[in-house]
Design a protein around this ligand. Structure first.
Ligand code: UDP
Ligand code: MG
Length: 227
């Protein structure tokens, strides 16, 4: 039974892939909880530990033991962000879900606006970066070329400068379950079902703590997997 079935209130799941995020975790949970206290939904934070070698899993379990909003899924090794996100999707029992990074580069403050647009009737609410100043020049230009090439090749277009951070209604989540792809490029997979969408914009900040888990080799493989 979903939370909403009991209380008649809408429910939202936040999906958080985490790989070696021990420095972000003490900043992430307070930021999320402050925001969620103001959003009128029942919520769960589904955290997937993607085979971290630091204290991430230990810290997540401690958080879950004191806060019933927090659920932890632990993967047996590091499978990569796309697999961690896929695992999180398997655990959603909510009216909508929002994938969000642990490093606060996807600003939780946007969640209220995304939920408001969902309540207006949009099934997908994209969060689009208006600037990529927090990225290196190399990442900015490679991302630009990637979106151009991808959208030229693919019939299903992906919106430029939109990461995984987006709200998806349960209708969209149900459709995603039909996709058996083993090589999972989530930005493409998330767009496949279609449905009505709205875009909110934000300035992407630097990581709140810790370091990026993506080097150029990983990004290259990621782009190839998308194509
Ligand atoms: N992440 C993950 N598994 C990985 C790499 C990254 O779960 O193998 C998570 C990471 O902990 C973070 C999110 O994916 O919550 C985005 O990673 P990161 O911030 O390093 O990417 P960037 O923002 O630099 O593209
Ligand atoms: Mg990041």
């Amino acid at each position: 039974m979903t939370v909403s079935a009991r209380t008649n209130k809408k429910s939202l799941a936040l999906l958080v892939p985490m790989y070696n995020e021990e420095e972000s975790i003490p900043l992430f949970f307070p930021a999320i909880k402050t925001v969620m206290a103001e959003v009128d939904v029942d919520y769960k934070i589904i955290c997937v530990d993607d085979g971290s070698s630091d204290n991430t899993l230990k810290m997540l379990l401690a958080e879950a033991s004191k806060d019933e909003h927090v659920q932890v899924v632990a993967l047996s090794r590091n499978f990569g962000k796309e697999a961690a996100m896929t695992a999180a999707l398997d655990y959603v029992e909510a009216d909508a879900a929002i994938p969000i990074d642990a490093d606060l580069q996807d600003p939780p403050e946007l969640i209220g606006e995304m939920v408001a647009k969902w309540r207006e009737g949009f099934d997908v609410v994209y969060a689009k970066r208006v600037s990529r100043d927090a990225d290196t020049a190399m990442k900015r230009s490679s991302a630009g070329s990637f979106y151009k090439l991808f959208n030229k090749l693919s019939q299903i277009k992906i919106p430029e400068n939109v990461g995984d951070f987006r709200l998806m209604d349960s209708k969209v989540l149900e459709a995603l379950k039909c996709l058996p792809e083993k090589d999972r490029f989530m930005k493409g997979i998330f767009c496949w079902p279609g449905f009505s969408s709205y875009t909110v914009e934000f300035e992407r900040q630097e990581r709140a703590a810790g370091d990026t888990k993506f080097n150029y080799w990983k990004l290259w493989n990621f782009a190839l997997s998308g194509i």
